[in-house]
Write a protein that binds this ligand. Structure first.
Ligand code: APR
Ligand code: ZN
Length: 260
Protein backbone atom coordinates (compact mmCIF):
# COMPACT_ATOMS: atom_id res chain seq x y z
CA UNK A 1 0.00 0.00 0.00
CA UNK A 2 1.60 3.32 -0.99
CA UNK A 3 1.40 6.48 1.12
CA UNK A 4 -1.50 8.00 -0.80
CA UNK A 5 -3.71 4.94 -0.50
CA UNK A 6 -2.66 4.65 3.16
CA UNK A 7 -3.73 8.25 3.82
CA UNK A 8 -7.03 7.76 2.00
CA UNK A 9 -7.71 4.65 4.07
CA UNK A 10 -6.90 6.58 7.29
CA UNK A 11 -9.22 9.41 6.25
CA UNK A 12 -12.00 6.89 5.48
CA UNK A 13 -11.60 5.33 8.90
CA UNK A 14 -11.82 8.73 10.62
CA UNK A 15 -14.93 9.65 8.56
CA UNK A 16 -16.56 6.36 9.48
CA UNK A 17 -15.77 6.89 13.16
CA UNK A 18 -17.18 10.41 13.00
CA UNK A 19 -20.37 8.90 11.53
CA UNK A 20 -20.51 6.36 14.36
CA UNK A 21 -20.00 9.13 16.92
CA UNK A 22 -22.88 11.14 15.41
CA UNK A 23 -25.12 8.05 15.46
CA UNK A 24 -24.29 7.27 19.11
CA UNK A 25 -24.91 10.87 20.17
CA UNK A 26 -28.35 10.90 18.54
CA UNK A 27 -29.19 7.53 20.15
CA UNK A 28 -27.96 8.63 23.60
CA UNK A 29 -30.45 9.21 26.42
CA UNK A 30 -28.22 11.47 28.59
CA UNK A 31 -24.97 12.70 27.03
CA UNK A 32 -22.43 14.77 28.98
CA UNK A 33 -19.02 16.24 28.15
CA UNK A 34 -15.67 16.67 29.92
CA UNK A 35 -13.40 19.34 28.45
CA UNK A 36 -9.78 20.25 29.07
CA UNK A 37 -7.28 22.83 27.86
CA UNK A 38 -7.17 21.26 24.39
CA UNK A 39 -10.63 22.62 23.49
CA UNK A 40 -9.32 26.17 23.97
CA UNK A 41 -6.01 25.61 22.17
CA UNK A 42 -7.52 26.76 18.86
CA UNK A 43 -8.61 29.96 20.64
CA UNK A 44 -4.93 30.74 21.24
CA UNK A 45 -4.83 29.72 24.92
CA UNK A 46 -1.81 27.54 25.75
CA UNK A 47 -2.46 24.09 27.20
CA UNK A 48 -0.60 22.90 30.30
CA UNK A 49 1.32 19.82 29.20
CA UNK A 50 1.36 20.03 25.38
CA UNK A 51 4.21 21.48 23.26
CA UNK A 52 4.84 25.03 24.65
CA UNK A 53 2.52 24.03 27.51
CA UNK A 54 2.48 26.23 30.64
CA UNK A 55 3.98 23.57 32.92
CA UNK A 56 6.90 23.18 30.51
CA UNK A 57 7.83 26.83 31.06
CA UNK A 58 6.63 27.55 34.58
CA UNK A 59 6.85 25.73 37.89
CA UNK A 60 3.54 24.64 39.46
CA UNK A 61 4.97 24.96 42.97
CA UNK A 62 5.88 28.63 42.34
CA UNK A 63 2.57 29.69 40.81
CA UNK A 64 -0.41 27.37 41.36
CA UNK A 65 -0.43 26.30 45.01
CA UNK A 66 -1.75 28.05 48.14
CA UNK A 67 1.80 27.89 49.55
CA UNK A 68 3.16 29.77 46.50
CA UNK A 69 0.50 32.47 47.00
CA UNK A 70 1.34 32.86 50.69
CA UNK A 71 5.04 33.06 49.84
CA UNK A 72 4.75 35.58 47.00
CA UNK A 73 1.24 36.81 46.08
CA UNK A 74 2.67 39.42 43.68
CA UNK A 75 4.53 36.80 41.61
CA UNK A 76 1.40 34.62 41.44
CA UNK A 77 -0.73 37.58 40.35
CA UNK A 78 1.83 38.62 37.73
CA UNK A 79 1.44 35.16 36.17
CA UNK A 80 -2.35 35.15 36.45
CA UNK A 81 -2.53 38.63 34.98
CA UNK A 82 -0.40 37.43 32.01
CA UNK A 83 -2.80 34.49 31.53
CA UNK A 84 -5.84 36.79 31.95
CA UNK A 85 -4.55 39.03 29.15
CA UNK A 86 -4.42 36.01 26.83
CA UNK A 87 -7.83 34.79 27.95
CA UNK A 88 -9.63 38.15 27.85
CA UNK A 89 -8.42 38.53 24.24
CA UNK A 90 -9.46 35.01 23.28
CA UNK A 91 -12.72 34.07 21.55
CA UNK A 92 -14.59 30.75 21.60
CA UNK A 93 -13.72 28.54 18.58
CA UNK A 94 -15.91 26.20 16.44
CA UNK A 95 -15.51 23.42 19.04
CA UNK A 96 -17.13 25.55 21.77
CA UNK A 97 -19.98 26.52 19.41
CA UNK A 98 -20.52 22.92 18.30
CA UNK A 99 -21.17 21.98 21.95
CA UNK A 100 -23.71 24.82 22.15
CA UNK A 101 -25.41 23.34 19.06
CA UNK A 102 -25.51 19.86 20.64
CA UNK A 103 -27.05 21.37 23.80
CA UNK A 104 -29.65 23.27 21.72
CA UNK A 105 -30.46 19.99 19.95
CA UNK A 106 -31.12 18.62 23.47
CA UNK A 107 -28.49 15.92 22.87
CA UNK A 108 -25.83 17.31 25.21
CA UNK A 109 -27.13 17.77 28.77
CA UNK A 110 -24.15 19.35 30.50
CA UNK A 111 -20.45 20.26 30.22
CA UNK A 112 -17.97 19.73 33.03
CA UNK A 113 -14.86 21.74 32.28
CA UNK A 114 -11.41 21.84 33.82
CA UNK A 115 -10.83 25.14 32.03
CA UNK A 116 -10.87 28.45 33.92
CA UNK A 117 -11.19 30.59 30.74
CA UNK A 118 -15.00 30.92 30.74
CA UNK A 119 -15.18 30.35 26.95
CA UNK A 120 -18.03 27.80 27.20
CA UNK A 121 -20.18 30.47 28.87
CA UNK A 122 -19.20 33.12 26.30
CA UNK A 123 -20.03 30.67 23.46
CA UNK A 124 -23.53 30.30 24.93
CA UNK A 125 -23.53 26.92 26.67
CA UNK A 126 -26.08 26.85 29.49
CA UNK A 127 -25.27 23.86 31.70
CA UNK A 128 -21.59 24.26 32.66
CA UNK A 129 -19.76 23.01 35.73
CA UNK A 130 -16.44 24.85 36.18
CA UNK A 131 -14.60 22.26 38.25
CA UNK A 132 -11.40 24.31 38.61
CA UNK A 133 -13.02 27.74 39.03
CA UNK A 134 -12.78 30.77 36.75
CA UNK A 135 -9.80 33.10 36.16
CA UNK A 136 -12.18 36.06 35.47
CA UNK A 137 -13.11 36.03 39.17
CA UNK A 138 -11.18 36.67 42.38
CA UNK A 139 -12.14 36.10 45.98
CA UNK A 140 -11.04 37.63 49.28
CA UNK A 141 -8.84 35.39 51.42
CA UNK A 142 -10.46 36.95 54.52
CA UNK A 143 -14.21 37.65 53.93
CA UNK A 144 -14.65 35.50 50.79
CA UNK A 145 -16.02 38.48 48.86
CA UNK A 146 -16.11 37.57 45.13
CA UNK A 147 -15.14 40.03 42.41
CA UNK A 148 -15.65 39.60 38.65
CA UNK A 149 -13.00 41.24 36.46
CA UNK A 150 -14.03 43.14 33.33
CA UNK A 151 -10.33 43.28 32.43
CA UNK A 152 -7.06 42.11 33.99
CA UNK A 153 -6.28 44.05 37.21
CA UNK A 154 -3.96 47.04 36.79
CA UNK A 155 -2.73 47.07 40.36
CA UNK A 156 -1.51 43.73 41.75
CA UNK A 157 -2.01 42.06 44.14
CA UNK A 158 -5.60 43.37 44.04
CA UNK A 159 -7.25 44.13 47.40
CA UNK A 160 -10.75 43.34 48.67
CA UNK A 161 -13.06 46.38 48.28
CA UNK A 162 -14.86 45.33 51.50
CA UNK A 163 -12.08 44.55 53.99
CA UNK A 164 -8.91 45.49 52.11
CA UNK A 165 -7.41 42.01 52.51
CA UNK A 166 -5.71 40.21 49.62
CA UNK A 167 -7.79 38.86 46.75
CA UNK A 168 -6.73 35.58 45.20
CA UNK A 169 -7.69 34.11 41.79
CA UNK A 170 -10.97 32.16 42.20
CA UNK A 171 -9.45 29.00 40.77
CA UNK A 172 -8.61 25.62 42.33
CA UNK A 173 -4.88 25.21 42.97
CA UNK A 174 -2.98 21.95 43.26
CA UNK A 175 -3.55 20.41 46.69
CA UNK A 176 -6.87 22.25 47.13
CA UNK A 177 -10.27 20.53 47.23
CA UNK A 178 -12.77 21.06 44.42
CA UNK A 179 -15.69 23.22 45.69
CA UNK A 180 -18.31 20.68 46.85
CA UNK A 181 -21.17 22.21 44.84
CA UNK A 182 -19.27 21.84 41.56
CA UNK A 183 -17.99 18.37 42.46
CA UNK A 184 -21.43 17.08 43.45
CA UNK A 185 -22.98 18.44 40.25
CA UNK A 186 -20.23 16.85 38.11
CA UNK A 187 -20.63 13.45 39.77
CA UNK A 188 -24.43 13.68 39.53
CA UNK A 189 -24.29 14.43 35.79
CA UNK A 190 -21.73 11.74 34.93
CA UNK A 191 -23.40 9.13 37.15
CA UNK A 192 -26.61 9.29 35.15
CA UNK A 193 -25.00 9.61 31.72
CA UNK A 194 -25.00 6.89 29.06
CA UNK A 195 -22.51 8.76 26.87
CA UNK A 196 -19.59 11.08 27.56
CA UNK A 197 -17.64 13.22 25.13
CA UNK A 198 -14.06 13.64 26.42
CA UNK A 199 -12.39 16.54 24.63
CA UNK A 200 -8.86 17.92 24.82
CA UNK A 201 -7.71 16.62 28.18
CA UNK A 202 -4.61 14.59 29.10
CA UNK A 203 -6.84 12.80 31.64
CA UNK A 204 -4.24 12.75 34.42
CA UNK A 205 -5.67 15.31 36.87
CA UNK A 206 -8.17 13.97 39.41
CA UNK A 207 -11.02 14.02 40.29
CA UNK A 208 -11.90 15.30 36.77
CA UNK A 209 -10.20 12.32 35.10
CA UNK A 210 -12.32 9.92 37.16
CA UNK A 211 -15.65 11.19 35.77
CA UNK A 212 -15.60 9.16 32.50
CA UNK A 213 -15.15 5.96 34.52
CA UNK A 214 -18.56 6.63 36.11
CA UNK A 215 -20.09 6.43 32.62
CA UNK A 216 -18.23 3.18 31.90
CA UNK A 217 -19.54 1.74 35.18
CA UNK A 218 -23.01 2.43 33.73
CA UNK A 219 -22.01 0.53 30.54
CA UNK A 220 -22.07 3.88 28.83
CA UNK A 221 -20.07 5.01 25.81
CA UNK A 222 -16.96 7.22 25.76
CA UNK A 223 -16.16 9.27 22.65
CA UNK A 224 -12.75 10.98 22.89
CA UNK A 225 -11.50 13.82 20.68
CA UNK A 226 -7.81 14.65 21.07
CA UNK A 227 -4.87 15.36 18.79
CA UNK A 228 -2.91 12.79 20.81
CA UNK A 229 -3.78 9.68 22.76
CA UNK A 230 -4.43 10.49 26.44
CA UNK A 231 -4.65 8.56 29.70
CA UNK A 232 -8.39 8.11 28.96
CA UNK A 233 -8.01 6.71 25.42
CA UNK A 234 -7.84 3.18 26.81
CA UNK A 235 -11.47 3.43 28.00
CA UNK A 236 -12.71 5.24 24.88
CA UNK A 237 -15.12 3.33 22.62
CA UNK A 238 -14.39 5.80 19.84
CA UNK A 239 -11.13 7.78 19.68
CA UNK A 240 -11.20 10.57 17.12
CA UNK A 241 -7.65 11.78 16.57
CA UNK A 242 -7.67 15.40 15.52
CA UNK A 243 -8.47 18.98 16.44
CA UNK A 244 -11.70 19.52 18.37
CA UNK A 245 -12.44 22.64 16.30
CA UNK A 246 -12.41 20.54 13.12
CA UNK A 247 -14.04 17.30 14.29
CA UNK A 248 -16.93 18.57 16.48
CA UNK A 249 -18.52 20.80 13.78
CA UNK A 250 -18.40 17.79 11.40
CA UNK A 251 -20.35 15.70 13.92
CA UNK A 252 -22.93 18.48 14.38
CA UNK A 253 -23.36 18.87 10.61
CA UNK A 254 -23.91 15.13 10.17
CA UNK A 255 -26.56 15.18 12.92
CA UNK A 256 -28.18 18.31 11.50
CA UNK A 257 -28.37 16.71 8.04
CA UNK A 258 -29.38 13.39 9.63
CA UNK A 259 -26.77 12.05 7.27
CA UNK A 260 -25.00 9.45 9.46
N1 APR B 1 -8.04 19.58 19.94
C1 APR B 1 -8.16 18.50 20.77
N2 APR B 1 -7.24 18.18 21.73
C2 APR B 1 -6.16 18.98 21.84
C3 APR B 1 -5.95 20.12 21.00
C4 APR B 1 -6.96 20.40 20.01
N3 APR B 1 -6.86 21.44 19.18
N4 APR B 1 -4.78 20.72 21.36
C5 APR B 1 -4.27 19.98 22.41
N5 APR B 1 -5.10 18.95 22.69
C6 APR B 1 -4.96 17.95 23.77
C7 APR B 1 -3.53 17.50 24.09
O1 APR B 1 -3.15 16.40 23.29
C8 APR B 1 -3.65 17.11 25.57
O2 APR B 1 -4.03 15.74 25.71
O3 APR B 1 -5.42 18.59 24.95
C9 APR B 1 -4.81 17.98 26.09
C10 APR B 1 -4.40 19.09 27.05
O4 APR B 1 -3.89 18.46 28.20
P1 APR B 1 -3.33 19.35 29.42
O5 APR B 1 -2.47 20.41 28.89
O6 APR B 1 -2.77 18.39 30.40
O7 APR B 1 -4.64 20.07 30.00
P2 APR B 1 -5.79 19.47 30.93
O8 APR B 1 -6.00 18.01 30.73
O9 APR B 1 -6.96 20.34 30.76
O10 APR B 1 -5.16 19.71 32.40
C11 APR B 1 -5.94 19.39 33.52
O11 APR B 1 -4.30 20.33 34.99
O12 APR B 1 -2.79 21.99 35.16
C12 APR B 1 -3.99 21.56 35.64
O13 APR B 1 -5.81 22.76 36.53
C13 APR B 1 -5.10 22.55 35.36
O14 APR B 1 -7.31 22.14 34.47
C14 APR B 1 -5.96 21.82 34.34
C15 APR B 1 -5.68 20.36 34.64
ZN1 ZN C 1 -12.61 40.87 52.08
Amino acid sequence: MNNISGLILFMNIIEEQINNAAKLLVKSRFAVCLTGAGISAESGIPTFRGKNGLWRKFKVEDLATPEAFNRNPKLVWEWYRWRMKLIFNAKPNPAHYALVDLENMEILKCIVTQNVDGLHTIAGSKCIVELHGNIRRARCINCNYKLIFEKPPEKIPPKCPKCNSLLRPDVVWFGEPIPSEALNMAFKMFSKADLALVIGTSGIVYPAAYLPYLVKENNGVIIEININRSALTRIADIYLQGKAGEILPKIVNLIRRKNY
